[in-house]
Design a protein around this ligand. Structure first.
Ligand code: SF4
Ligand code: SF4
Length: 344
């Protein structure tokens, strides 16, 4: 049975305690699970969309960074570009936002390049995908420390380690594929025929004849064109995303990002909002703060977060999305059975 290590902390305002606990939990999981550490281990984070004020701030990660330094391990913050248009759509904007949000303690790697064009296809041969587009700089690392914020998510139901792995490590095209529309669409009313998308497309799949048109047979769904269009004319349809198969696709992408790796998962259950950190506006928590969790199993750590949330709340808080755990367990991503080990 997998172990999930846990430190209860009842307020996100206790930054020093949270940071200290996260460092101790990392040490505990490394020692108890006999994990060999790589010489360079990036920290997978979420910088929070501009205007969001409930993402987990980097000052909570100092204990983890210090532990790595003490063990002569180099690190960086690592993230991928997002699918929708915002302040994290391109590498340049992403780096600026990360710094504005205080992620200055380590260098920053945007794993899928300038616009999402850098990815590796990881073979998994599962029900929905035979291959997954994982951000290149994630795919070529042997080990990550996956730092997740536990909260709700409009499509996935809830977001934790699996979401951080599956959606968070996918290139922009991988994100598009998980949303079931691997070929973007063009709004002909918005398109000005500037050809910027056609010049960027790595497959020469876009033809511009006054208006742009995508050749579906050539398009590989990398989604770079969505980021580049100055008119915001290239989009994907959310139709079909809110289905059980979305949870399956998410779990399969998580499986791809973890395949053959030696990742460690640390989850921060604070600021538990209904929706996720990609939403660039003020949100209020819907449950009490819980604490910090660590494990080598992304399914077990998500299950532990949900179980304690429900127990503390006296009700089932995030009803949707629990199928992700069932399906994740079925495909070998991890185990729903776990032992909770509380640390002092
Ligand atoms: S970049 Fe946008 S506006 Fe320019 S041709 Fe492509 S779709 Fe049209
Ligand atoms: S049209 Fe080209 S740039 Fe756009 S998603 Fe398809 S392959 Fe990528």
């Amino acid at each position: 049975m997998k172990k999930v290590y846990f430190k209860a902390i009842n307020s996100y305002s206790k930054t020093e305690e949270i940071s200290d606990a996260a460092g101790k939990l990392l040490k505990k999981v490394v020692e108890e699970e006999h994990i060999s550490l790589e010489k360079f281990i990036p920290l997978k984070v979420h910088f929070g969309e501009k205007g969001n004020n409930t993402f987990i701030q980097s000052k909570n990660f100092t204990g983890i960074i210090n532990y790595l330094k003490e063990n002569n391990i180099d690190s960086a913050f690592i993230e991928t570009n997002v699918l929708y248009r915002g302040e994290r759509t391109t590498r340049e904007k992403h780096l600026k936002l990360a710094k504005d949000h205080g992620f200055t303690e380590l260098p920053i790697i945007i794993a899928d390049g300038e616009h999402g064009e850098d990815f590796e296809e990881v073979e998994i041969n599962k029900k929905n995908f035979s291959k997954c587009k994982v951000g290149k700089e994630v795919a070529n690392k042997k080990q990550l420390i996956v730092l997740s914020h536990f909260k709700g998510h409009i499509l996935a139901g809830f977001g934790g380690a699996i979401k951080q792995l599956g959606m968070g490590c996918a290139s922009r095209g991988g994100k598009l594929a998980q949303h079931a529309n691997s070929v973007p669409k063009i709004n002909f009313f918005k398109c000005k025929g500037c050809s910027a998308c056609a010049k960027k497309c790595p497959q020469n799949a876009i033809i511009v004849n006054r208006k742009a048109r995508i050749n579906k047979d050539k398009c590989v769904g990398c989604a770079s064109c969505m980021a580049i269009c100055p008119q915001g004319a290239i989009y994907h349809s959310w139709l079909g995303s809110m289905t059980k198969s979305f949870n399956e696709r998410l779990a399969e992408y998580a499986y791809a990002a973890a395949k053959g790796k030696n990742h460690i998962y640390i989850t921060f259950a604070f600021n538990i909002t209904k929706n996720c950190d990609c939403e660039g506006h003020d949100m209020k928590p819907i449950a009490k703060d819980i604490g910090v969790f660590a494990s080598t199993d992304p399914v077990a750590i998500d299950k532990a977060c949900l179980d304690i949330l429900d127990k503390n709340s006296g009700r089932v808080v995030f009803k949707r999305g629990r199928y992700t755990l069932d399906y994740g367990e079925k495909i070998g991503l991890g185990s729903k059975e776990y032992e909770l080990v509380e640390i002092d």
